[in-house]
Ligand binder design. Structure first.
Ligand code: F6P
Length: 739
């Protein structure tokens, strides 16, 4: 709207100015045209009545001459008419002749400026013509025309002018605004395309690509200046990749060892029917970090939770992974059932998880859980110390399971660079302060050199919380916290996925996936499909999603039997009562909705409560017409990004909750409020009806963004910041020694 006003206001002002200047000129012109017409008319009348006037004058019958004139003056424009036989005579005239007109001074009316006189009844035009008769050789005819009709016309002309300029202003404004909006959109798309290294038109010709490359570089440079982000040369040239990470490790970090710590392990060994199987967990954290570790090797320390995990590790509890082509080391940490119950199920997932997510589930804080949490964090700190080959490794601590770990690592390895990433939202200070161990948690986290969140909003919340609850110095310009003599940088690193993701190397064509998935579920080939992929977690909004499908069928019954929704739901944290109840509610909702819309054909909802490996999940992504992500609250949500990565055919629609971090990066998705089932149902309907060209346009923009802002960039930016911090530390140390 502001953009439109910028065009409309000056335009209207200019047009009003032009109208103001033009109106008097037009008025003047109109008067001159009419005077000229009346003069011609006067000539005509004079010539026509010449003979009659001569005869009546000759006959010496002034009364008949007056009658004759009165007849002519019946014409609405003729105001009066008179005959002067000489300058000394009295005019023989109609009664309407103004007294100001006498035979003695007719000459003044022969001047152009003297022709118009003002009388109490209005303006009159006086025209004098010679009309000689035998009796009066100096006779003159006086014609007086009423000018009031000219004024009426002039007022009318002014009105028309006003309407004309108003219409002109409206039309020109409309056209200008339309062009401005189109150009702006084009410009934005062009700029985004440039930033992704494409041309303005797709596919970009090589020449065009080269032509715009400098502008793209300038824009990227500018963005980096604004965000203070550094980027290595090869990422600038070819986008972020595994090679970029290797480059950073080699050039900036001088092959310094990298240790990752997370609760969830990237590979689980499970005992299935007496055989050992390798499973990949349903975890956004693992999806993001695993490709990074494959690239930079190092050690990943995690809880060994697979039933056969102990059977495959060496005597130091280590194993090389990925199992078929080992690239890094997985160090497993064993927990007793009691420890797992207190640290993982208890404090982490019944306490911190609901505390940080606004999903209206009350957090539970038990002192016994807290004790286990502290003990397990200490156990992992010991594992880091055991695995570290140097005194100053880079330790990447993951998530809310390890809030105390950064401080503990700093105690044993003071020279380590600890980069902590909090994968879930950070709440506002009021919400966080209900936690009985709020200060301990903050103190633990501020042992980090860098603390990362997905969004700036979460960074702000964290810094506000520290400001409110701790004796710390917060610098909002550099976004650093100074606490206990040490500095922690609080930064935004939006997490992402590998591009292209691993399953895309082996997946089948989209058409084949569509057929396979439909056949698997006995659906007709033309059945429209929506897909949801989540852990069975109340924050994911699965019940709300089903309610939206139900609402769609209520509002648009024509979709019943033509559209089905497949929900892949990986069982999760089933040791917790809240999760068990959630699973029961989700199953009940599916039964109820399927019964309600049962028409003997395909079911409304197909619920698959089981673990699916990534290549199976990608098959569903590729088979679907839409993907529906409606978390009630989510740090990022990588399912949204995986769906985009899976659609190299540029088809399919993403419906995305406004309460995910991903929604801030993907405005081209259909953004919805998961609590508003009518809005979600309308989005489902619109997605099912969306024309192919629009799907393609949205997909291109979103795929371009995720391709560039991939997980290598996420990790690379953290590593670059860590490297800068280490270099700065070294410099300060050196100058300190010199003093
Ligand atoms: O979203 C937070 C998170 O830790 C993710 O990083 C991960 O995807 C998910 O939870 C997994 O949960 P869990 O490890 O408890 O199964």
């Amino acid at each position: 709207m502001r953009l439109s006003l910028r065009f409309i206001v000056p335009l209207v002002l200019v047009l009003a100015g032009v109208a103001y200047a033009v109106l008097p000129v037009a008025d003047n012109l109109t008067v001159r045209w009419f005077v000229r017409d009346l003069e011609i008319r006067a000539n005509l009348v004079a010539n026509t009545i010449h003979e009659s006037v001569r005869e009546l004058d000759q006959a010496g019958q002034p009364e008949r001459l007056v009658q004759f004139f009165a007849k002519i003056a019946e014409d609405e424009r003729t105001y009066a008419i008179a005959f002067c036989s000489s300058a000394a005579a009295r005019p023989v005239a109609t009664a309407t002749l103004p007294s100001a007109i006498t035979c003695a001074d007719l000459d003044r009316f022969t001047q152009p400026e003297g022709q118009i006189i003002q009388t109490p009844t209005g303006r009159l035009l006086v025209s004098v013509r010679p009309l000689a008769t035998d009796r009066s050789p100096d006779g003159r005819l006086v014609m007086v025309h009423d000018m009031s009709f000219v004024e009426r016309r002039s007022a009318e002309t002014r009105r028309y002018f006003f309407y004309f300029f108003a219409a002109l202003a409206a039309i020109v404004s409309l056209i200008t605004v339309a062009i401005a909006q189109l150009s702006w959109r084009g410009w934005v798309q062009g700029t985004r395309a440039l930033l992704r290294g494409e041309g303005l038109l797709r596919p970009a010709a090589e020449a065009q690509r080269r032509e715009f490359q400098p502008i793209a570089s300038d824009l990227r440079e500018l963005i980096r200046d604004i965000t203070g982000e550094r980027q290595p040369r090869d990422a600038e040239r070819a986008g972020w990749s595994g090679a970029t990470i290797r480059g950073i490790l080699h050039d900036e970090l001088r092959e310094q060892e990298v240790i990752v710590v997370s609760n969830r392990e990237p590979y689980l060994h499970e005992c299935v029917d007496g055989a050992i199987e390798v499973h990949r967990p349903a975890s956004g954290l693992v999806t993001a970090l695993e490709p990074i570790m494959r690239t930079c090797s190092g050690t990943w320390i995690a809880h060994g939770s697979g039933s056969a995990d102990r059977e495959v590790v060496d005597r130091h509890d280590r194993i090389g992974v990925p199992p078929d082509n080992p690239a890094y080391r997985l160090r497993r940490v064993w927990l007793t059932e009691e420890e797992e119950a207190g640290y993982y199920y208890g404090l982490s997932n019944e306490g911190l998880w609901p505390l940080c997510h606004i999903a209206h589930v009350r957090p539970i804080f038990r002192a016994a859980d807290w004790e286990q949490y502290v003990a397990v964090n200490r156990r992992f700190a010991q594992a880091v110390a055991d695995e570290a080959a140097s005194a100053d490794p880079i330790v990447l601590v993951q998530d809310y399971h390890f809030a105390l770990l950064p401080r503990m690592i700093r105690e044993t390895l003071p020279a380590a660079t600890v980069v902590t990433f909090w994968h879930i939202p950070w709440p506002n200070p009021e919400a966080f302060s209900i936690c009985p161990w709020r200060q301990e948690l903050l103190d633990g986290l501020l042992g980090s050199s860098i603390l990362g969140f997905h969004t700036q909003f979460h960074c702000n919340n964290f810094v506000d919380t520290v400001d409110r609850l701790l004796e710390a110095r917060v610098d909002r310009e550099t976004f650093t916290v100074s606490y206990r003599g040490e500095l922690t940088a609080v930064n935004r690193y939006p997490i992402s996925i590998e591009w292209p993701p691993l399953p895309m190397h082996t997946t089948r064509p989209v058409d084949a996936c569509r057929l396979i998935v439909r056949a698997r579920h006995q659906l007709p080939p033309e059945q429209l499909l929506g897909v949801g992929v989540d852990r069975l977690d109340y924050t994911k909004g699965i019940e709300e999603r089903f309610r939206a499908v139900e609402r769609l069928f209520e509002r648009q019954p024509e979709w019943i039997g033509r559209f089905s929704f497949i929900q892949i739901a990986a069982p999760s944290r089933s040791g917790i009562e809240e999760y068990r109840q959630y699973q029961a509610r989700v199953r009940a909702a599916v039964d109820r909705i399927n019964r309600r819309f049962d028409h003997g054909g395909p079911p409304a909802i197909i619920l698959l409560v089981s673990h699916h490996e990534p290549d199976q999940v990608y098959e569903y992504y590729r088979a679907a017409d839409l993907c529906f992500v409606n978390s009630l609250h989510d740090g990022m949500n990588l399912v949204a990004k995986e769906f985009l990565a899976a659609r190299d055919d540029e088809r399919g629609v993403l419906i995305l909750s406004q309460f995910t971090g991903a929604a801030r990066e993907l405005p081209e998705a259909m953004i919805v409020n998961p609590y508003d089932s009518d809005q979600c149902a309308a989005a489902l309907n619109a997605a099912l009806l969306m024309p192919e060209h629009e799907q393609r346009a949205r997909m291109r923009l979103m795929r371009g963004l995720v391709g560039e802002f991939n997980v290598y960039r996420w990790a690379g930016r953290m590593l670059i910041d860590a490297a800068s911090m280490r270099n700065r530390g070294r410099l300060l140390k050196r100058s300190g020694q010199a003093e």
